[in-house]
Structures are given as C-alpha cells and as structure tokens.
Design a protein around this ligand. Structure first.
Ligand code: ADP
Ligand code: MG
Length: 240
C-alpha cells in the first residue's frame, strides 16, 4: 500500500531523516519504535505529507504522492491520523466533531454522516457521549473520539503518533483496545508507540528507528526476544 524509497528530510539544513526505505502492505500493522528525537514523528508526518520530504519517493496505492503535481488533499483524506494531543474542536459536540469533515470535505449528507458517526461511536464504545463536549470527556474518551473522527473519513490507512503518551495510565488500555479492534478488522496501520507490550501483541512488524534511520526491522518476536543490532538491544534494555 505504501512504499517509501530513500526518504530524506532536513529542517534548516539539519538532516533529520537520513534515507528511510520501507514498505507497508495492505492490512498490515507496522509499529515504529525508537528513542526520542530519532525521527519517528517526522517519518509519520512525511507519509501523509504534513511534512514535505527533502528528497526520496513515497508511493501510496500505486501513486507517487511526492510528485510535484500530486493532489495532496486527496491523499490526506485516505490517511487518517491520530496525534498525542487529541485536537478535538472544543466548541463542537462529539457528534459534530465526527461529522464535520465527512460533510464538508466529502460532501456527505448530515443524515448519512450521523449514521456513520453512530456506528463509529459504537465501535469506540462511546454512544452515550454523542452530544457531549470535549471538555466533558476524560483523556481516554477524547482520544477514542479522535480515532472515531479519523475513521469517519473512511481512510485506507491509519497513522498513530504516540496516541497514548498524553494519557493517565489508567486510560491507556481503553485506547489500545480500540486500536487492537481496528487491527483485527484488517485496518492498515502505522503506529508510533512506547507501549512495547502492545507493539509485540498487535504489531505484524516492528521498525526500530535511531538517528534518522531504520536500524532494524522484523517480526515482533524477533525484535523483542532476539534483536540483532546493538542499538536495538540498548534501547529495549531501557524500556522493557
Ligand atoms: P521523535 O518523534 O522520534 O521523537 P521527531 O521526528 O519529533 O522525533 O524529531 C526528530 C528531530 O527533528 C528532533 O531533533 C527535532 O527537534 C527535529 N524536528 C522535528 N520537527 C522539526 C521542525 N518542524 N523544525 C525543526 N526541527 C524539527
Ligand atoms: Mg514523536
């Protein structure tokens, strides 16, 4: 579904991504791990062109999205993104948060958008919060709504950037549970997380990043039980 070839990204002449190549298959759950500052967020943001790569190629569903004449908006609609900070619209209800983009961007009718929203609220277990406002929700509930909102655009792939890092510990599980359900339903996902138990259980493949490169990648069991690169070993010894 996604092919990344020799992706480089610099910010004011400082090279942050130093040649990333990766493939993500349809239905695959790829988990990106690595130390803070290693370029995980920049990589994810390049995938949906929130950051413009300095060089390299990204193919998405057979189209080169890094090409000059490419329609970025069409691609972004197919890639849902969930951030550490939930970014819900504070003055809109849960239902409005979820239906806004489908109505405005995809031209869905209100009744169709609300039907989809109600289904998604069921998926994330928050039907009773339909008319609530973000300030009335816990962090875990906000993040589940943010996931529902992203799903409402019917994305082909979901990108998650540390979706549980801003949550109180007791709320991490409910968000991971929703993500696990998505994975089981076949959603293609790229997930940056520090939740190693989740990475091992739900990931099909782990990418370990350090210093702007993918240093090692492999099946969860291999990476977690038998990492081959010294930097992977060192990182895991600190976080496990
Ligand atoms: P990670 O998500 O692995 O912690 P990031 O991709 O956020 O790493 O950041 C990698 C490096 O890129 C950091 O040194 C960070 O300061 C730098 N960086 C990220 N975004 C920008 C930006 N918009 N401008 C300048 N530097 C940035
Ligand atoms: Mg980050």
């Amino acid at each position: 579904m996604i092919t990344v070839k020799d992706l480089h990204k610099s910010f004011s002449k400082v090279e942050i991504l130093k040649g990333i190549s990766a493939e993500i298959q349809k239905g695959e759950v790829v988990v990106v791990i690595g130390p803070s500052g290693s370029g995980k967020s920049t990589f994810l943001r390049c995938l949906n062109l929130l950051e413009q790569p300095t060089s390299g190629e990204i193919m998405f569903e057979g189209e080169q999205i890094t090409a000059k004449n490419h329609n970025i908006n069409a691609t972004r609609e197919k890639m849902g993104m969930v951030f550490q900070q939930f970014n819900l619209f504070p003055h809109k209800s849960v239902l409005e948060n979820i239906t806004l983009a489908p109505m405005k961007v995809r031209g869905q009718s209100r009744s169709d958008a609300e039907k989809v929203a109600d289904e998604l609220l069921k998926t994330v277990g928050l039907q009773d919060k339909r008319n609530a406002y973000p300030s009335q929700l816990s962090g875990g509930q906000k993040q589940r709504i943010a996931i529902a909102r992203a799903l409402a655009m019917q994305p082909h792939v979901m990108l998650f950037d540390e979706p549980t890092s801003a949550l109180d510990p007791e709320m991490v599980g409910e968000v991971l549970e929703v993500m696990k359900k998505l994975a089981e339903n076949g959603m293609t996902m790229v997930i940056v997380t520090h939740e190693m138990g989740f990475a091992r259980e739900v990931g099909d493949r782990i990418l370990f990043m350090d210093g702007g490169r993918i240093v090692e990648e492999g099946a969860p069991d291999q990476i977690f039980s038998n990492p081959s690169h010294p930097r992977t070993r060192e990182f895991l010894s600190k976080v496990l």
